[in-house]
Design a protein around this ligand. Structure first.
Ligand SMILES: *[C@@H]1O[C@H](CO)[C@@H](O)[C@H](O)[C@H]1NC(C)=O
Length: 382
């Protein structure tokens, strides 16, 4: 046999063998196309038996959020709601407990709450494997004076203001509430919070508001649509506790019919990295009261309106010294970022918070699965 046909057979064998190899191990595709938060768990075919490993995956300032990692799994079986005396089996019953819980759902569920859902510390709401939506013309989620909350894989839409009245926040405490703002998620005076892979749209006030000295928050992989004031970070101008606020906004898709605040920041610090912006009506990133903002590796597509091409908006006059910087961003359809200030505003991340931020042109790939994923049991969620 001529050496060249040997080579041919070898080559053929290699092709056959490598095809078999890849088809019997489809879980490790050769191209690492997932972003660093997703690649931490989505290749695992046994994700539904390893649910709590998700808590190893957040990056950015909320990387320390462990949610209900060290608690039992609690399965919600009942979509009904009672704000004062929640029934076992309901989402509220699980959310108010004092011990850590990893909360999952027995089936697809549409939940209309009768008042705001007050979440206690060390909780994860994990909608993977089923379709769960909250809102539907009722109030939504309040994360207040607590730490370690993870919300993953649910749709939150159509949220309205809460009613003044008594709402339970723990097995031993029910307090008078003035009525929530009508946000999808309110994060108030809380730390170590991670909101990941949710569909967020059409609420009365904000979609995710981070205020009153909250910090160590990551908002990642969400799909935002159809809303006016998308995200507010910082309570009111000059509110001192918000100076320590640090929020990471990464791998989100800001999709259709959004108007402003993606985010709007006051006094604190926001790292806005590898997000996709499919236009906006007024602006994308805004602020007041001397916030610091690093826009890194985002994909900005400006709207067609010639008067709304600017990504940035300052809500007050004296901003020349505010540190607002853009690096590795991609600007399309005439989008432009007006930088200000001087000195570095690179985030000071620990090694567990650190993540690789790609250049803006990679973002359509990295955000291709933003929003609620549809994961099948016993298969990798890719
Ligand atoms: C999330 O939103 C996208 C875009 O509107 C939609 O295609 C998808 O079906 C939604 N997913 C769920 C689970 O609601």
């Amino acid at each position: 046999m001529a050496p060249s046909s040997d080579l041919l057979i070898l080559l053929l064998l290699f092709v056959v063998f490598s095809t078999t190899l890849t088809s019997s191990f489809p879980y490790y595709p050769p191209i690492p196309s997932l972003n660093p938060i997703d690649s931490c768990w989505r290749y695992d075919p046994l994700w539904s038996s390893h649910r709590q490993s998700l808590a190893n995956c957040p990056r950015g300032f909320g990387a320390t959020a462990i949610g209900g990692k060290y608690g039992p799994i609690y399965t919600v079986t009942d979509p009904s709601d009672n704000p004062l005396n929640p029934t076992p089996g309901t989402l509220r019953y699980a959310a108010i407990q004092n011990n850590p819980l990893w909360i999952i759902f027995s089936r697809d569920m549409s939940i209309k709450l009768k008042n705001e859902l007050i979440i206690n510390s060390y909780k994860t709401i994990d909608g993977r494997g089923v379709k769960v939506d909250i809102g539907n013309g009722g109030p939504c989620i309040t994360i207040q004076d607590v730490s370690h909350v993870i919300v993953h894989g649910i749709t939150i839409h159509g949220c309205t203001k809460g009613k003044a009245g008594i709402v339970r926040s723990s097995p031993t405490h029910a307090g008078h509430r003035q009525g929530s703002d009508g946000d999808a998620v309110t994060i108030w005076s809380s730390t170590d919070v991670w909101i990941d892979h949710c569909n967020l749209s059409s609420c009365f006030d904000g979609l995710v508001d981070v205020t009153h000295g909250s910090t160590r928050v990551t908002i990642s992989n969400n799909l935002f649509a159809d809303h006016d004031k998308v995200m507010l970070f910082g309570h009111v101008d000059g509110f001192a506790p918000d100076k320590a606020m640090k929020v990471t906004v990464a791998f989100n898709r800001f999709s259709v019919d959004l108007i402003q605040r993606m985010p709007r920041v006051r006094t604190g610090y926001a790292h806005v990295a590898n997000n996709r912006y499919d236009g906006w009506e007024m602006y994308a990133i805004g602020g007041s009261s001397n916030p610091t903002i690093l826009s890194e590796g985002n994909y900005y597509v400006a709207p067609n309106n010639r008067d709304a091409k600017e990504v940035t908006k300052r809500e007050e006059g004296n901003w020349k010294n505010w540190k607002w910087r853009s690096t590795k961003d991609l600007f399309l359809n005439g989008a432009y970022f007006v930088p200000s200030g001087w000195g570095s505003c690179t985030p000071v991340y620990s090694s567990s918070q650190q993540f690789y931020v790609a250049t803006g042109s990679m973002v359509p790939l990295l955000t291709a699965n933003a929003g609620v994923l549809s994961c099948s049991m016993a298969k990798p969620c890719v």
